[in-house]
Design a protein around this ligand. Structure first.
Ligand SMILES: *Cc1c(COP(=O)(O)O)cnc(C)c1O
Length: 372
């Protein structure tokens, strides 16, 4: 097969334009564009039902949701977090003038290693911000146990974890708050968007105030809030996406199984296993390129590019290596051996609902060395 059309690591799932038009007509009719409009309210309700959570506050994107979550809980001082994530996780701390303290990850789950958290706690520590990397659950029980002992808050960056469930239900019920991203590249997208999952109505109310400049009513401002509101255009698109999400997740699952089958005998390539979730979302397909693979990870990355396949090295470089973080004592590579090692080996292969079997097969052939 010749692969003329580029294959990217992901491609947003778009329903047909005709399906979206009636939503737009509704907006043009009622002239409500934002500020908790009817589509916004409906999406909050429908998402709560779909995700199996009670209280959800929609946002303009996941990063503003992270920043607002820290504000809502009044987090200050130091926060323990992972270097193995998208930069927004840690940037949200800097935007709150909080000092990130990096802790290494578990080699199997790629998530914060609970056994290494306690040693990083100081009198300034107020919270743990953990990421369910690739949608694979953190060791939520171990993290909560430490948080209870040291009286810390727990915030989950669940940007990858839309729809993931563990044995007890939605993964999003854990911690004090969980944050979702609905960015175009995520499993469920509203073009741009995000949300905070709140434990109770009171917390949701505070967050709703914070995302709307702190307004409680026309004349009352209770906090230095931000503009984090989701618009009606995005909310309407989310409602439409929700109609197609089960189908999209089912196709992701098929692709995941295909890759595992095609790559299982390849020496030096290992497919990252899930972390025992009850319902997975197949958001990413990370592989590790080990020493006994004929070429290096970066050589494979470039070879795939030469074949018009654009994989991504999520997460390389580590957040802790960026200029605004690398001066921190906890950013030292000797403090983060597992994250550093995995970051040098990982490659995320294309996975999205419209990826065809033929394309998956072609990608596997390149990795198998059957293509130049
Ligand atoms: C995508 C992502 C974010 C940021 O979400 P946006 O909606 O793009 O602002 C934060 N954390 C992680 C882990 C992400 O993957």
């Amino acid at each position: 097969m010749n692969n003329n059309k580029p294959i990217y690591v992901t491609q947003p799932h778009l329903p047909s334009l005709e399906e979206y038009i009636p939503y737009l007509e509704k907006i043009w009719e009622n002239k409500i564009l934002t500020n908790n409009g009817p589509f916004h309210q409906e999406l909050e309700k429908r998402l709560s039902d779909y995700l199996g959570v009670e209280h959800i506050a929609l946002f303009t994107n996941g990063t503003i949701a992270l920043i607002t979550a820290l504000q809502a809980l009044r987090i200050t001082g130091e926060v323990i977090t992972t270097p193995y994530s998208f930069v927004a996780t840690t940037h949200s701390l800097l935007w709150n003038a909080i000092k990130p303290v990096f802790v290494d990850i578990d080699p199997n789950s790629f998530n914060l290693e609970p056994n290494k958290i306690e040693a990083a706690i100081t009198p300034q520590t107020t919270a743990i911000m953990s990421v369910h990397c690739y949608g694979h659950p953190c060791d939520v029980e171990a993290i909560q146990k430490i948080a209870d002992i040291y009286n810390l808050r727990v915030i989950y960056d669940a940007a990858h974890a839309f729809g993931v469930e563990d044995q007890g239900g939605s993964l999003l019920r854990h911690g004090d708050l969980s944050i979702l991203s609905f960015h175009a590249t995520k499993v469920f997208n509203t073009f741009e968007g995000g949300a905070i999952i709140c434990p109770d109505a009171k917390t949701k109310q505070r967050i709703d105030h914070l995302k709307n400049f702190g307004f409680v009513d026309e004349v009352t401002v209770v906090a230095p809030g931000i503009n984090g509101k989701m618009s009606e255009i995005n909310a309407a698109f989310g409602l439409l996406q929700l109609e197609h999400i089960d189908q999209a997740l089912a196709r992701r699952k098929e692709i995941d199984a295909m890759y595992r089958q095609l790559l299982k005998e390849v020496k030096g390539i290992s497919c990252v296993q899930d972390a025992g979730e009850q319902i997975a979302n197949y958001a990413y397909f990370p592989i590790l390129v080990e020493e006994d693979y004929p070429i290096s990870r970066d050589e494979l990355y470039h070879k795939l590019r030469d074949n018009n396949i654009y994989t991504r090295r999520y997460f390389y470089p580590l957040i802790s290596t960026f200029p605004m973080y690398r001066g921190l004592a906890s950013a030292s590579p000797t403090n983060l051996p597992v994250a550093s090692n995995l970051s040098s080996k990982v490659l995320c292969l294309p996975i999205y609902p419209d990826l065809t079997d033929i394309q998956v097969d072609f990608i596997a052939q390149v990795i198998l060395g059957e293509k130049k």
